[in-house]
Structures are given as structure tokens and as C-alpha cells.
Design a binder for this molecule. Sequence first.
Ligand SMILES: C[S@@+](CC[C@H](N)C(=O)[O-])C[C@H]1O[C@@H](n2cnc3c(N)ncnc32)[C@H](O)[C@@H]1O
Length: 240
Amino acid sequence: MCPKFELTMQIPPYLVNEHYDDRYFDVVNAIEEAKHIFFRGTGIIDILSTAGQGRKEFRIGETGFGAGRLLIALMDFLDNCGITDIAIIYNSVELHPVTSERMASILEGFRTETGQLIDLLVRNYSRVEISRPGWHQIQLTRPFGTLTLNLWIGEALEMVQALTIPCDTWFLDGHGPKKNPSIWRRELLMAIGEKTVPGGTCATYTVAGAVRRGLIAAGFSVEQRPGFGGKKSVLKGLKL
Ligand SMILES: C[S@@+](CC[C@H](N)C(=O)[O-])C[C@H]1O[C@@H](n2cnc3c(N)ncnc32)[C@H](O)[C@@H]1O
């Protein structure tokens, strides 16, 4: 059986991004996978809990907003980690935005754990004019503080170039490099490196050689960490 046929046989079509013939995320463990790869991987809890009184803002960049699963997982994670009074600035980008109805369908599998967060995001996202390119903003109040989603509708490089303040960490979540080489291209990774604070971090699920080399060229030291679910290893980067 060819892999494409196998994929469409097993996964409901609305979970597959038709532009890349690839799933939005691991269907079974995506919330836990996000926590393992992206939140523990980038060390954000250590940074936030040792931040002290002076540190109020934490800036995150994400390549590939998709259905907002990482954002849901992040809010769930931070709501339950005991940190308060922090302002998360979440800069993300999406070239092919889904409708709010499709977002709700894609996230439906996590309703038992994160139903209220899904409703909150879908309600706010439904007011975003997704046919208009450029920045859109959603502001949310959470137990940990505030979360500002700055969502760029358009191409990832444009969004990175439009950032005026560098990020503390990056979640690189834009489909696998074989399915979508554009989001791993050298020019984009270099721009991400330039928009990362010294000592900042990045994480991704792919350990492909081209991605590792691209991140190193962009100024990150990279380290393979144990993976999650079906993934043997994942990647963490530290901006030198
Ligand atoms: C794996 S999915 C993202 C999953 C998402 N982080 C989530 O947790 O729901 C990758 C997303 O990146 C978007 N994408 C791919 N290439 C892009 C590009 N060059 N610029 C902007 N978005 C892109 C795709 O349309 C897709 O929605």
C-alpha cells in the first residue's frame, strides 16, 4: 500500500492539511507531545519560574499556526504550572488559515481535556478576518496572566521579518521537511536566528540533517532529545 493511501485510509480527511498532504499533528497524543517537545524542550517553565519579579514578558514565535493545537496545549500547560502574572506574546503565522468551524473539528479529539480552552480559542478566532493578509490580534486573560496572539496571515518569512522584537523561544511546527521544504529553507531559518534573543531556544519534532544544519547556520547549537509517541528523537536549539 502506498503511504499516501495508507494515510488517507487511517486519518479523517479534516485532520490532513490538503496543501501538504500531511496531518496537522499526531492524532492521539498531540497535547502531551506538544508539552514534551516544545515546552519542556525549550525550557520555558525553567525560564519563567526563575524569571523573578523583573521579568514579565515572554515572547514565543511559532511557524505554522494550523488549528492552534500548540496554543491550546500551552495554555493548558501554563494554567496548571503555578506561575502567575506573566505576559505571553505568541507570534504565529499561517499561509492557509482554516475556518473556525474546521478548527473546532480538528481540535475535537482533545475536548475532554481542554474543552473550555478550545471554545475560548474558537470563539475569538471566529472574529479574525482570515482572508486579510498581515497581523491579527487576539487577547486572552488566563490564570497565569495574559496571552496575546499575534497571528500573521501569510508567508512565514514575511512574519519573521515583520517582528520588531526578537523572541525568547520558537516552536518550529510546519509539517515535515519532505512534505514542506519551504518552511525549513535556509533563508527562513536564518531570519528566525536573527529574531531570537541570545540564550533563546527553539524546538522541533524533526531531526532531519538539513534542519539541523540550517539551525546551526542560523546561530543555534542543536541537541537531540528523546522523542515522544512514535518519534525516537526530537530537536532542541540554543541560540549562542
Ligand atoms: C503541522 S501544521 C501546524 C500545526 C499547528 N502548530 C498545530 O499545533 O495545530 C503546519 C502549518 O504550517 C502552515 N504552513 C506551511 N508552510 C507555511 C509557510 N511557508 N508559511 C506559513 N505557514 C505555513 C500549514 O498551512 C500548516 O497549517
